[in-house]
Ligand binder design. Sequence first.
Ligand code: ADP
Ligand code: MG
Length: 382
Amino acid sequence: MTAQMETIPVPMAPEDTPPALALDGVTKHYGSSRGVDALDLSVPAGELVTLIGPSGCGKSTTLRLVAGLERPDAGRISVAGSVVAGSGVFVNPELRRVGLVFQDHALFPHLTVGLNVQFGLDRLSRADRRRRAGELLDLVQLAHLADRYPHELSGGEQQRVALARALAPRPAVVLLDEPFSGLDESLRAQVRRDTVATLRETGTTGVLVTHDQTEALSVGSRVVVMHNGVIEQADVPEKVFERPATRFVASFMGDADFLPARVHRALLTCEIGIVSTVPGWADSDVEVDVVLRPHEVALQADPTASARVSAVEYHGAFVLHHVQLASGRTLRSWQPHIVRFPIGTAVTVTVTAGTSPTLLIGDRAVTTPPLDARRAATPHER
Ligand code: ADP
Ligand code: MG
């Protein structure tokens, strides 16, 4: 539950290797409804990117455009350095070197596991097809089930066959659209680990769509957050969680509460008092909103305090406390499982030492004072 994590460097492809996938101003509208709008995204070879956002934000549309199941209205898509859509080009799906894995597996019911995996290998000789399918089934540890039919497999096994089938033709990119959401909770973590391990082992570039925040943060070397057809932020997981670029990202990627606050002479204050110093804002006097996450909020029982515990949720290892401040606004605070303040307890609310929270002006995060902040501060400060 600590805010400070080490930043994991994103693996860099050698400079002369083109990105495995590049989207450049890609737009697709459905009549008056916006599918995706002016998407820019570059995925270096070997990277596993997670794509997350609420239902209807354009995740599947993005994958369908990359796979060639949709044509963009505008923009350009390149796979491994070759344009596959846009600039007057449209490469058919089967020629794109893009593999697909969907939630419902979409295995061919009348073909055995082995033949399902051989399916995309029709340019190889029969012997090479069988050898390649065998390699992939070994990789996903299903070689012993090669002669079964899909309906004779568990959901997790079907998922692994679908992955083997997608990887068999050595695609430049594999697209996975909510691949684990059809699996029950207990199976999902294991299949997710196996899938990620397989992608890493084969050095395959992947784009994995999920609506699960924890999955997006833990699986992706980069996380792309979409909202209403646009990319709000694409960055390493730590940045997306600790330095959200927008109000939407702050609230979608983890729990967040927002309080009106002020930065005056580099001191950030809000209803609960001084929150932190803001280096570089010495000359400013600015109204902002401060983003506070429950793990950054500390509570102490204090009969003279005006804030009150308004709800308590037991989550097992941690207990989430909702606290109502004098203004009526609420903050949430994670407490270790042995701490449980009864509802109604008067508490002092502070921010954990070392927290440097995100500041918002309007819906965007700010890291430097706005240009007019300094002038605003001048008259009464000098
Ligand atoms: P997500 O996968 O993020 O849930 P989608 O990419 O499926 O979202 O959809 C994005 C938006 O585009 C939604 O508003 C959806 O209704 C619309 N949309 C997607 N496919 C079509 C289609 N074939 N016809 C009309 N609208 C579509
Ligand atoms: Mg979808």
